[in-house]
Design a protein around this ligand. Structure first.
Ligand SMILES: *[C@@H]1O[C@H](CO)[C@@H](O)[C@H](O)[C@H]1NC(C)=O
Ligand SMILES: *[C@@H]1O[C@H](CO)[C@@H](O)[C@H](O)[C@H]1NC(C)=O
Length: 444
């Protein structure tokens, strides 16, 4: 352990040194990106909504265990409510940051909905508690996505229903926004009755076949960082990736290694906004819990170690989440080049969910973990069907229950963007060397 952490500090030190070095010979982003995009990078969710002339609101919600969450709203009073939950290290901004011509939040609002954008505990908007101070109280950081599912989602759902007067809402989750939903709907099954339909974008339950090349690093580095540590918090509109073109290249390299490489679907003009809004902060336990799933080949509660497990669960191993209790209609949308949510794992999840109403695997071979919310073609090729399915289950309540069809047979020629030849990005000497060093250190 002492040796290990020294090595980790060395790596970090080296990393920052190279960052500084590259920054010195920086190309300034001001020369490369439109002023409007650089401005978007600095605005908060409600400021973005105001800039693009949408009626943004902020609502505060306190959970049963006294965490104070901020929920944003694109307000259409009286209209049917829909709640959108972001993924790990992300925030409410994810649904709108690509702009009115692209974001799912705008799309649903324009389609006549009252759109609510949640934020989970620990991120930049929800880093608050009635009693605990996240900066000084270690016990603030004693949660993973289990608590997000068990406490945050019910609180947010109840708040939306109370404020709108509706009995039910529709739910969209991306990545961790789906994991936490499955936690909620299986451990507090009474909440299923409050959901018209849950749309799972890049769903994550089982993680056994995750291809992300950072799993090895994760298993080594996260235990050194330890449990209950804040990870990658938000720094006031400052993004390390924006320091220079070279650093940007490096960020893109890691972005694609993390989520799956898909340059044709990535709007390069928007990089400042993407990298400034994400990461938005999380707890190391959220990562640790995911790594436990990957290692254990199960979808189960947090493993605290045998002794603690005995005390908390009354058994040495954490219990599986009872997915058979997720009775709300679930529509799943997933992609084939998703390094975090493997097709095989999604299919296993589908087998265990009792009420799957849409099983939608996109035929575009390169679509990755982020493309369903940030991808250039998402508005055209994904959002309309999501809306159609949602409207169907809102109107009928009845189930179309056509045994997991819609295994897409669409021809992939329908997307020019997804078809464009991959252009290898030119690589500077510095970024090349840095990658080489990082790879050497991490993949030995
Ligand atoms: C990329 O983003 C810019 C800036 O928001 C936008 O003007 C442009 O239309 C986007 N490109 C595509 C292909 O969507
Ligand atoms: C439900 O089934 C009908 C008839 O088979 C079909 O036309 C419709 O598109 C389906 N709706 C959804 C949301 O799958």
């Amino acid at each position: 352990m002492p040796c290990g952490s020294c090595r980790w500090q060395c790596v970090l030190g080296l990393f920052w040194l190279t960052q500084l070095w590259t920054a010195v010979e920086a190309d300034f982003p001001e020369d490369t990106y439109p002023a409007s995009v650089l401005e978007d990078a600095k605005l908060s969710t409600v400021q973005l909504l105001a800039k693009y002339k949408y009626p943004g609101e902020t609502h505060t919600v306190t959970t049963e265990d006294k965490y104070v969450l901020q929920m944003h709203r694109i307000a259409r009073p009286g209209a049917k409510p829909v709640l959108l939950m972001h993924g790990l290290l992300d925030s409410s901004a994810t649904w709108i940051l690509m702009g009115p011509h692209s974001g799912l939040g705008y799309f649903l609002y324009d389609a006549g909905y009252d759109v609510w954008l949640g934020n989970v505990r620990g991120n930049r908007y929800s880093r608050s508690h009635v009693k605990l101070n996240p900066d000084t109280d270690k016990s603030y950081w004693s949660f993973s996505w289990h608590e997000i599912g068990y406490y945050d989602l019910p609180a947010l759902i109840d708040a939306v229903l109370a404020k709108t007067g509706y009995q039910k809402l529709s739910y969209f989750g991306h990545s961790q926004g789906t994991t936490s939903f499955f936690v909620m709907a299986s451990t507090r099954p009474e909440y299923n009755a409050k959901i018209h339909v849950m749309s799972a974008l890049a769903p994550v339950g089982y993680m056994t076949n995750m291809q992300c090349p950072f799993i090895g690093i994760g298993h080594r580095v996260l235990p050194m960082i330890g449990e209950g540590q804040e990870i990658l918090p938000y720094f006031k509109g400052f993004s390390i990736c924006m320091m220079s073109e070279t650093v940007m290249d490096i960020c893109m390299f890691y972005f694609w290694r993390m989520f799956g490489k898909d340059p044709p679907e990535t709007n390069m003009t928007m990089l400042p906004a993407m990298f400034a809004h994400v990461p938005a902060g999380a707890n190391s336990n959220q990562f640790l819990h995911y790594l436990q799933l990957q290692k254990s080949d199960r979808f189960c509660a947090y493993d605290h170690g045998e002794k603690e497990n005995q005390r908390i669960y009354g058994r040495s191993k954490p219990p599986d989440y009872p997915l058979e209790k997720v009775t709300a209609p679930v529509a799943l949308y997933y992609t084939q080049n998703d390094y975090l949510s493997a097709v095989k794992d999604v299919k296993r999840l589908i087998k265990r969910l009792p009420n799957v109403v849409e099983n939608h695997m996109y035929p575009y071979k390169k679509w990755n973990h982020m493309d369903l919310i940030w991808g250039i073609s998402a508005r055209r090729l994904a959002q309309p069907r999501m809306l159609e399915v949602m409207q169907f289950y809102e109107a009928n309540g009845a189930q179309n229950r056509t045994e997991s069809k819609h295994e897409d047979t669409e021809d992939s020629t329908t997307t020019e963007a997804a078809q464009t030849e991959e252009t290898e990005e030119p690589e500077g000497f510095l970024s090349h060397s840095l990658k080489y060093i990082m790879n050497y250190l991490f993949y030995d």
